[in-house]
Design a protein around this ligand. Sequence first.
Ligand code: 1HN
Length: 351
Amino acid sequence: MDTTSFYIKPETSPEFLEFYERLDKKNAAPLWESLGELVPVKPRPKCVPALWRYNEIRPLLMEAGRLITAKEAERRVLILENPGIRGTSQITESLYAGLQLNLPGEIAPTHRHTASALRLVIEGNGAYTAVEGERTTMHPGDFILTPSWTYHDHGNPSDTLTVWMDGLDIPLVNMLNTSFAEHYPEEVQSVGRNEGDSLKRYGGNLMPVEFSPLSMSSPVFNYPYSHSREVLDQLYRNGPLHPCHGVKMQYINPATGGYPMPVIGAFIQLLPAGFRGAAYRSTDATVYCAVEGQGRSQVGDISLDWAQHDIFVVPSWYSVSHETKGEAVLFSFSDRPAQKALGVWREQTRS
Ligand code: 1HN
């Protein structure tokens, strides 16, 4: 009994094969030959569990820093390509991820595109991202948005290099053939609002009176780590712990309570010292980055040992369980909002 297919192909005879040849000439094909492949009984991701060690990728990023400037490259990024789908610029089948380096004094020029982006700051202090006329300083652990079709540029007036992880919904946007992109007339967009304005205006448990959002993305574009970290810490002390996730929170759009962007959802979780999480699976392939600490995640049959700043992937419907010796914090992102909007998202907890 074949449990990987709900449909058993019928026997074919030479008559069938001759028929298939004539179908082929007319750009047609028999569904009964590919039904099992087309409609699997459970997700069959091509992307595989994988880990990128920061201490291996960082020196390569620094080499890129000697070879090309941020301006020449537009964005000086090393793409993290899932080993199961090399050559596609994809970390999962719907998401792109990379590591970006901005050296002291550099700028990455202003542009916009229909793909939505997130940044998770890994190293540095004093570089900024500007989004639609407001700059925000990038501190390690900060979660920063550049929503669809918003002008954004990065600059580093500080004397320390800055590295961050980029996550974009490029594969999905390209699958739908909905990509547009353009440059701003100037390299650096002018600043029209004070730093911190949007966080105060929309992110302080207050909202401008009768505010109604025009965008599907959050009006807050920096979620500072100092705040998220304090929340995790306090909630850990208050308990209880989730058996799979430890203390896990999702980033929200404060105007809607929903996800910060239409396609990409993002999460931050604290795994206490000595945590041994129960197995969990969901249909949204997820990219993790260790913000603090180290640990091990069992992903299907594969054990991934991660250290601070390492990035790893859990494909759709793979069981994942995390364990740690000391305390650790994991950031993660996935296409969960898109899956939920389509009504196809599933999760399963075994506790
Ligand atoms: C992009 O605009 C950025 O703005 C980073 O920093 C990575 C990867 C593909 C396409 C656009 C950025 C990107 C990107």
